[in-house]
Design a protein around this ligand. Structure first.
Ligand SMILES: Cc1cc2nc3c(=O)[nH]c(=O)nc-3n(C[C@H](O)[C@H](O)[C@H](O)COP(=O)(O)OP(=O)(O)OC[C@H]3O[C@@H](n4cnc5c(N)ncnc54)[C@H](O)[C@@H]3O)c2cc1C
Length: 386
């Protein structure tokens, strides 16, 4: 089989690239080993796909080159994306933090994307595993379990390592290396953090409790923290996991924006745990007081003891034992190094006709629709060039 463009991976980035390429008249084939296209989009946002964010900046992404994402993002903004899918009948709702979800669920979006690709004249070949790819003269030869395919241009849209249950493999990294591109250190990102033996009993006791916190140390994040049986999760923790490395200590401010010393000073003869229960979930107030050895009435604290307790509440040290891992990580940190990729077209400089897009690259967004938006934007940038 010979075609103008082969896109490996029918995920978010691959489908957008397919639509842009085929829409410009290129004979385009997109291949995926899954039984369905865009399985991660279907699972995203708890099945509602947090598909973009109304306020996207380069600073929302981690990449060895912090300027790399700017060009593609500038040429495919959240408004461009939303205008496009709304015109195609996909309804959305915006939630706090600029997060945009599919009102009628993620399938409304994946159906639209597949239909757009077919309408543009592309072929979508599912259930086909990619094994290897190389270039022979001007032609790419892709080895699949359905036979070899020859193409003038090749797009690697094979995603990251996270959630193998949704089709993730290491194939994209291996193919990129085969074409002489380097891959930066890979780590699970947007993942829960697991407690060590010291904190597991506290986390287990508080499983299910969630509250807004500020997390500092390797990160600077404000948002919701959720206790689990094994450690901590929730949006703030997932964002913190993008910065956390084994051995790092997070400091948790349980009362962000409030002055715990003043709260304790104003509490008079109230029990400390009851005073704190006025501004924290009751189970947490009780468990923290037990953990910190704070008993008796607040008025019984000396000024020094009050200050020490206030510090423990606003800079509570927590050293996770490890991150949950790829099985539960929404993204993979690191990826194909961007130093030899054009930020404008996503072309791999040294290999004419080769493009790398989406999460496979060393580009990771924070929680809130940023990763899917990068997939759309990078897919369109490459598709507009091929
Ligand atoms: C559970 C979960 C929830 C998420 N929620 C959100 C969210 O709400 N908002 C957000 O912005 N981001 C979210 N993300 C992240 C987001 O889904 C990804 O960053 C995005 O899908 C990446 O798009 P991609 O096209 O680069 O890769 P992918 O979507 O991973 O696509 C890669 C494709 O390549 C295929 N493939 C892999 N290996 C082979 C092979 N050897 N042969 C053939 N095909 C192969 C895979 O089947 C897959 O379809 C979530 C991720 C997960 C796992």
């Amino acid at each position: 089989m010979h075609t103008d463009v082969v896109i490996l991976g029918a995920g978010a980035s691959g489908l957008c690239c397919t639509i842009a390429c085929a829409g410009r008249g290129r004979d385009t084939l997109v291949i995926d080993h899954g039984p369905k296209a865009a399985r991660k989009v279907l699972a995203a946002g708890g099945g509602r796909a947090n598909c973009t964010n109304t306020d996207i900046r380069a600073a929302d992404y981690r990449c060895a080159n912090p300027h790399f994402v700017k060009s593609a993002l500038a040429r495919f903004s959240p408004t461009d994306f939303l205008d496009w899918i709304h015109a195609g009948g996909v309804a959305t709702v915006e939630e706090p933090g600029g997060k945009v979800f599919c009102r009628d669920g993620a399938p409304s979006l994946t159906r639209f994307l597949s239909a757009e690709a077919l309408r543009a004249g592309a072929r979508i070949q599912l259930g086909t595993k990619v094994r290897e790819a190389h270039k022979d003269g001007d032609v790419f030869i892709i080895d699949t379990d359905a036979g070899p395919i020859r193409a003038a241009s090749l797009v690697l849209a094979l995603g990251g390592r996270s959630w193998p249950g949704l089709g993730a493999t290491d194939c994209g990294y291996a193919l990129a290396r085969g074409f002489g591109l380097s891959v930066t250190e890979l780590r699970p990102g947007l993942t829960p953090l697991l407690a060590g033996a010291d904190m597991t009993p506290l986390c287990r006791e508080l499983a299910g409790v969630s509250l807004p916190v500020h997390l500092a140390g390797p990160c600077d994040v404000t948002g919701e923290l959720l206790f689990t049986h094994k450690g901590v999760s929730g949006p703030a923790v997932l964002d913190a996991s993008l910065f956390w490395r084994e051995g790092d200590t997070l400091t948790i401010d349980w009362l962000p924006g409030r002055d715990p010393e003043a709260i304790l000073a104003d509490a008079g003869r109230q029990e400390i745990k009851n005073a704190l229960a006025g501004c924290l979930p009751k189970r947490l107030a009780t468990a923290l007081c037990h953990h910190l050895g704070a008993t008796g009435p607040a008025a019984g604290l000396s000024p020094k003891a009050r200050r020490r307790l206030a510090t423990a509440l606003s800079a509570f040290p927590f050293t996770p034992a490890r991150a949950e891992g790829y099985a539960k990580a929404e993204v993979t940190l690191g990826g194909v190094a961007v130093n030899r990729i054009s930020s404008k077209t996503l072309a791999a400089g040294d290999v004419p006709g080769l493009y790398v897009i989406g999460e496979l690259l060393d580009v990771t967004g924070r929680l809130g629709g940023f990763n899917l938006h990068w997939a759309w934007a990078s897919g369109f940038a490459a598709g507009g060039d091929i």
